[in-house]
Write a protein of this length. Structure first.
Lengths: 167, 167, 167, 167, 167, 167
């Protein structure tokens, strides 16, 4: 049965790089919304390891099998981007209490900036609660095995990146 | 434009009684899903002030204006009820860190019991972050003004309940 | 030098019974405000060990040396009591994160009920962060030594209470 | 190689009933200490579902394969019990932030009561972070499947208990 | 009626720049204390957007209507500054659990360094719980509307600062 | 009586520099394990104040009286280091809720990387809950008295370091 209205969810993030935790959330969101846009934020201040283009490319490859998921990049305010793409909801993952507080403040602020924009929170699989792009990069940098934390294409890129930097 | 699939969200709770914070969340959910079922849980162990029927009746009156919202009651496991009603997601409100922990554990447990059931978390308006059925009952019991915390029909029922009990 | 205005702080609580942590906070408050009223709340629902009268009596004895501290009891809404006593601030102790959340919600609610009433939070001495009336009663009940947790008069009352109940 | 000193860890709890999360922790502790005593606390105030004897019996069966683990029951103060059994450390499981705060206060209090007694915290397997005796009993009561949450002997006892109570 | 003693509260912070959340707290403190000194900390390590002089100037303009509030700047240890200014209490705002933990540790440390110095915590209006100087600067940098987050004079300075930096 | 098996605990950290809080934990661990290795992590990204060699030297001096404690330095993944040294457990100190979340994620990740490695958490004395290397450096830099926060040898090094840098 078709729904009463076409609904779009936007999942913004740094994705530097995308992890299996992010992908788990994307799969869950793709079941709840007609369309999911995974949007790579610019985030210059965080000095990302990968460029926006590299980050989007890895995401695109990793979500190729999901027909109602597309990837994008954006600069400027998230709420303005959500407006331009006719997003009905922002999706954010919650892993821990510290996440929650930060995300709560961000969501309240975004609502203040644009009351039409709703944020919903989803939980990754419990095996991914400890997972973050930051910790994956740290382990890769120290030569640890990251096979169960990121998809194969991302692993390849990380190994290349750190091989270069240690040369 | 119609959506690719009809989606149903289930918002379970004690609603003893429904507050303006609950209603705010129901309005938000009604914009994101084709159908929202607000489901009053039995919860005998909590010794509710109002019976399941009273709680559902107050909810029904307070959500009468929302065409894609219906009310119901259930006993037994929540995941079984969600299955019976073909729910795509359970909706839970998050107000504070303590909520979050409890809700997180509950959602993980529900996923364990039925992996098809997804839980999503939404935030009420910031003016309602301090609001709970428990605190409203306490204020009503002590004779405080609860006009901005509950809809008019609920206020009437609360005043009657406490008038009776103090007679 | 005298201050521009006489200011009164109200420190409400169950005080069932008063502990050294409460007393530490009372001493701190007595240095910051012209007058401090320690107000024993009725709290029937908590089934207190000591009656309101017993709780106030123990508090009175334990604060006898502080000339600008008085004790009282109250029923009904705290904000109404603060109004009647011309209180400028409610004082609450914070020991831990869980305290904080609950206190935060309570303070926001009280502000909603009476915008004139301000809540301020103070910290007990670090040696008392683990201390609560509940844990002291538990230890006393099990025959543990409570000498460093409560003043001598309270210890005497607790020993009598549990001696009676175990007879 | 033998250690410099024989060391005993005591793992106290209600164990009403023991869950797979508890058992996971017991296995971990049994690798770190020469002897582990799992001690069932009386906890009358919590109105346990199973008697102390039933709880110890289930624990005994579930830990039968671990040669350096024994079970016991105790009443009175935990620190006194630890002293009597020559315990070197109390072991407590941490699953969530809310656990942590409570456990932290308890451990500080126990140190105050007996400075010789050390508390160490361990983490169960991540699949058990959501698990508690309380939630298992709730699911069993509502007829849910508890196979992956408790050992077989405990499941049998729970089913019998609830079969009786619903008759 | 005059108070028994003149009391001074010191509200230290980076104020880079002052927000409506800070101003709300200053108004509340000005009602509870005879004198409030808002003290801009040097904080070189944080690489502030505005100089100490700019920050104090904006604060001075924004608090001009409050007769018992003055502004100042300080370097070195806060507790030494409080001593020099005869402060009776340090005031800190609490917005969230993460704030609380950090502030708690800071307050305990300051008490250790100077036992005479008391810290009290106050809550801003609930509409400001999400507000921070950092988030305001981020929104201003991305061209968002900051009208409801900072006073007019601060908004003007922020727009000029970011206009310059983007030229 | 000797233990059934020789057990080694590894206490990793930046120790930049070691504080009395760290030393308190080391004393506690030395009573529970046959051997404790305090291991200074490289942590280039944190831009330490002291070199790895300086940090180890200060630790060595401060733990000289403990016969079953040795010091070391390591680079690379912690779990690999623990393997090389035949460690039975990683020890981490918990002071606050924010610590807990971070440590919890780290411990789960380490378990994922090497399931043989167990992490246990211990609590420093309550007087040290507010203490961190970071806050000690900040106070030393601002000329505050750090006598009760670090051992004498560390205090000397800190004073020299900041004397040099302010020259």
């Amino acid at each position: 049965m078709v729904g009463t209205k076409m609904r779009t969810a936007i999942y913004p993030g740094s994705f530097d790089p995308v992890t299996n935790g992010h992908l788990d959330l994307i799969h869950r969101a793709a079941r709840l919304f007609d369309r999911v846009i995974v949007a790579v934020a610019c985030n210059e201040s965080k000095e990302p390891l990968f460029s926006m283009e590299e980050r989007q490319k890895m995401l695109k490859e990793a979500t190729a099998s999901l027909s109602n998921v597309e990837t994008d990049t954006f600069t400027g305010l998230l709420v303005d981007y959500v407006d331009r793409r006719n997003g009905d909801a922002i999706i954010r993952g919650l892993r821990a209490v510290s996440d929650f507080e930060f995300e709560f403040q961000l969501a309240l602020m975004n609502r203040k900036l644009n009351s039409r924009v709703e944020t919903i929170f989803m939980m990754p699989k419990e095996t991914y609660v400890f997972l973050s792009s930051k910790i994956v990069k740290e382990i890769a940098r120290l030569g640890g095995n990251i096979e169960c934390f990121v998809p194969a294409n991302v692993r390849k890129e990380l190994l290349e990146k750190f091989a270069k930097s240690s040369r």
